[in-house]
Design a protein around this ligand. Structure first.
Ligand SMILES: Cc1cc2nc3c(=O)[nH]c(=O)nc-3n(C[C@H](O)[C@H](O)[C@H](O)COP(=O)(O)OP(=O)(O)OC[C@H]3O[C@@H](n4cnc5c(N)ncnc54)[C@H](O)[C@@H]3O)c2cc1C
Length: 808
């Protein structure tokens, strides 16, 4: 990666008129994006990983030799040996990177043990997993040794390959270099939520082979052994400094070619850059500092005096659905620093801010970032450079800014900030700001929906290839999953869709503050038979679940462990219950009052209508959650006007209201149509919902959507009731297709062993409960123990932990 950047920097400086540049790479591929290596499993081939513009290698004066290792260096003769032939150089740059270090554990070289560094490593891993799966006729059991950034990324990749994965970490928490105990705990919950088992404080002592010399079992210094079919070691990297050692160049005692601030080694004609270099007494291990070194050397080769001063060591975990970032003095080692901890376990959030200026904890908004602030640490791009790309170089989209500044072209974690800066700058310049979904799609969510609908595309990869670019991100992947689910009634965990989902959708349950899950069977309209209630009660009793009636008139069962979900749902499905979709961006509930059948004031059968509506729209995937309410008279006991769609009975039929919600910003629904018959009402709701599903932005509820549509509620009314756009038949057909194609997700999951494999906590000991779970009795049930009750202190010394959401 760094060698490529050096060549690019030389070409940019027209250095090829003075230097003939020969690049030797041992790998058979041209330089590729190792940072994005994990996405390789989603791509059609290694060529999609290649870095930048391939025409770089056609530049006169530049030659790339792939599949060609340099065998040795003779610094005094200024020659290298390649394929047994000597080649002379005037200046030599070592950019040989690192190799994956494997600990000296017995059996670490057995068949079935891998490292995670190159495209070839990933090819070999994938082949092994698929061959073993075919031979064993059951899911492959995998372990990743190392719970750091790379190990977790590898664990995500193994899981995506269908492997039951356990991460084994020597330290007492995941990512011990980046996060503290509280962060490690939050991270563990999220990772386990993806179906990956975690063993911390566990030292691997031995890998044991079967009769054919393949990995079969791992043994540890303490704890039970683990049966495995594949092991990935992600236990760090070491600089590939063997050429330098052979040439007698100075190397650091712990590895790495010693180089000065100009990246010059102990031989003035030899430079070292990237992960192999030890500059300022350390090896840097990230691509950003390597790119800075490449710029330094390019300048030096042209007689400049550039120096490598320091580099940003911020890191971000690349695991869909698990966002971890850590930078600066994350452990608060600065004297007198103050730690502010915000923990919201319900949302799976843990944030710690270490302040050296206790007076103010407020950071500047992105628009107010000073020009000198680094935005992209991989490529060392500041906010000022991004702004100049807009004002001086005329960039109007993220792709343009990336091409112009290189910001966001490596790990990509800064792209949201680049986008914000771009939009702020465009707005300041009076230029209309587009509504692109993200940098991978120059389309709004609504446009993307139309593309999928009209083209009939059924997979994210096809959508990306035909209408997007790059590899996708945490924004566009779940949006695409939702669009595909809205249009085609296919299971959320089918094929590549499973990997696109957020954590809750992934296991079709809601993760709670202690990392367990809640189970919410659908109770249409809030009506439930005594037999149904008894089954729910028995399930709760047998699995020790806390029960609570929710605001949506159904019963929530809390405290289920991930591996219990299939057994719980099996009992519920047998009793006729279905998924309540409490986890999805989809229809939640249709709340109702008692209605005319029992209530003295009711003028219509609100319960019957609520049940019909709930059964009609169940499972409808949408930009945000949707709630409906039906009241049997104007007394409004169902609080229908606090819903996305509210229905209130009149003497002549039904009044329909739209755009209401509770939550953070409560909104009263507005009157949409009066005195509709039941048939008219259902069609109007069909069209309203389908129009919303098609045209709203990502995570936009109906209230802001109604406001955002040009012409507001009147325009929507015209579309729905008067077919002003001529799309009513299309909307009707789409809703009919949804209703006709509905299938309960949990029932389908229980029938499919492949899908059931996702539900394991400790894959090697499925019946063992997570020892971290602790409960105390309260009001005849159980609830999670607080930190104090568990004897755990979370957070900084000065401020208590704040949790959002309050008690159950
Ligand atoms: C899965 C994964 C995820 C990562 N994620 C991030 C991230 O999010 N952020 C980040 O900053 N960094 C990340 N990294 C690290 C990043 O990839 C490296 O910092 C970067 O690749 C270093 O670039 P380099 O040019 O020094 O080495 P490399 O990219 O490793 O290139 C060195 C090349 O030299 C070749 N070579 C070695 N010896 C010889 C020889 N004798 N003759 C010819 N060729 C030789 C090697 O085969 C290799 O192709 C990640 C790495 C991996 C594996």
């Amino acid at each position: 990666m760094v060698a490529r950047r050096l060549v690019e920097a030389l070409v940019e400086r027209d250095a090829t008129s003075r230097w003939d540049v020969e690049v030797y790479g041992e790998e058979v591929h041209a330089p590729y994006d190792r940072v994005a290596l994990t996405s390789y499993f989603d791509l059609s081939g290694p060529e999609e990983l290649l870095l930048g513009d391939a025409s770089l290698w056609d530049t006169p004066g530049v030659t790339l030799h792939t599949g060609t290792a340099v065998e040795s260096v003779d610094a005094s003769a200024r020659t290298v040996v390649v394929g047994g032939q000597e080649r002379r150089y005037d200046a030599l740059v070592l950019a040989t990177g690192s190799y994956a270090a494997v600990p000296p554990v017995e059996g670490a070289d057995l068949r079935g043990c891998f490292v995670y560094r190159t495209v070839d490593d990933l090819d070999a891993l994938r082949t092994w997993v698929s061959e073993r799966e075919a031979a064993l006729g059951r899911p492959v059991r995998g372990a990743v040794v190392g719970g750091g950034l790379l190990g977790l990324e590898a664990a995500g990749a193994l899981t995506a390959l269908g492997t039951e994965t356990t991460v084994v970490e020597f330290a007492d928490r995941l990512m011990p270099v980046q996060v503290d105990a509280g962060g490690g705990e939050a991270l563990r919950r999220l990772v386990e939520g993806l179906g990956v088992a975690v063993r911390t404080s566990t030292a691997t002592s031995r890998v044991v082979a079967d009769d054919a010399g393949r990995v079969e079992r791992m043994e540890f210094a303490s704890g039970d052994p683990l049966d495995v079919d594949v092991v990935v070691f992600a236990t760090g990297v070491r600089p590939r400094d063997e050429l330098a050692r052979g040439a007698g160049l100075a190397v650091h005692p712990r590895g790495g070619v010693l180089a000065d601030e100009g990246c010059r080694t102990s031989d003035p004609a030899v430079y070292a850059v990237g992960e192999v270099a030890c500059v300022s007494d350390r090896v840097w291990g990230l691509v950003g500092p390597g790119y800075t070194m490449a710029e330094v050397v390019a300048d030096r080769l042209l007689g400049g005096e550039a120096t490598f001063a320091d580099a940003d060591l911020s890191t971000k975990l690349k695991l869909l659905g698990v966002d971890v970032a850590s930078f600066g003095d994350a452990f608060g080692t600065t004297p007198d620093s103050l730690e502010v901890v915000y923990a919201d376990p319900v949302q799976g959030l843990y944030k710690k801010l270490v302040l050296s200026l206790p007076e103010s904890a407020e950071g500047p908004a992105t628009g107010a970032l000073p020009d000198a602030a680094t935005v992209c640490s991989c490529n060392n791009v500041t906010a000022g450079t991004v702004r100049c790309a807009v004002t001086d170089q005329g960039c109007t989209d993220v792709a343009g800014v990336k091409a112009c500044t290189k910001a966001g072209t490596s790990c990509g974690s800064c792209v949201p900030m680049v986008k914000q800066l771009l939009q702020a700058q465009l707005a300041e310049a009076g230029i209309e700001v587009g509504n692109d979904l993200c940098e991978h799609f120059s389309l709004s969510r609504a446009q993307l929906f139309d593309v999928v609908r009209v083209s009939g595309i059924r997979t994210f990869s096809e959508l990306l290839t035909t209408h997007g670019r790059g590899r996708g991100c945490d924004v566009c992947r779940p949006v695409a999953a939702s669009i595909l689910a809205s249009l085609y009634q296919e299971h959320v965990l089918d094929g590549e869709r499973a990997a696109l989902q957020d954590t809750n959708d992934h296991v079709m349950a809601n993760m709670q503050k202690d990392g367990t899950y809640s189970v919410v069977p659908r109770i249409p309209g809030g009506e439930v038979t005594p037999e149904g209630l008894i089954v729910i009660g028995e399930v709760a009793k047998d699995f020790g679940l806390y029960t609570k009636i929710t605001g949506g008139q159904r019963i929530d069962l809390f405290g289920a462990r991930i591996e219990q979900l299939p057994a719980i749902w099996s009992r519920l499905v047998d009793a006729g219950f279905e998924s309540g979709h409490a986890y999805g961006k989809s229809l939640r509930t249709v709340k109702s009052c008692v209605g005319s059948t029992w209530c003295r004031f009711g003028v219509q059968d609100s319960v019957g209508l609520a049940i019909a509506l709930e059964l009609r729209y169940r499972g409808l995937r949408s930009p945000h959650k949707i709630k409906l309410g039906v009241s049997g008279c104007a007394r409004e006991c169902a609080e229908a006007r606090g819903k996305d769609v509210g229905v209130i009975a009149t003497d002549h039929g039904w009044n329909m209201y739209v755009g209401g919600n509770g939550g953070f910003t409560p909104r009263h629904a507005q009157l949409f149509a009066e005195d509709l018959t039941t048939e008219q009402l259902v069609r109007a709701i069909d069209r309203f919902l389908m129009y919303y599903v098609r045209t709203a932005d990502r995570l936009q509820r109906t209230a802001p959507w109604v406001e955002s549509v040009e012409g507001g509620i009147d325009a929507i009314r015209a579309v729905v009731l008067d077919d002003s756009l001529g799309i009513a038949a299309d909307l009707d057909a789409a809703m009919d297709a949804h209703v006709g194609g509905y299938r309960d997700e949990w029932a389908a999951t229980l029938e499919d062993p492949e899908k059931l494999r996702k539900f394991a906590s400790f894959v090697n000991a499925p019946d063992v409960a997570d020892p971290d779970l602790a409960y105390v009795p309260e009001r005849g049930q159980k609830r999670p123990a607080t930190a104090e009750e568990r004897g755990v202190v979370i957070g900084g010394p000065t401020l208590p932990v704040r949790t959002a959401g309050g008690p159950l």
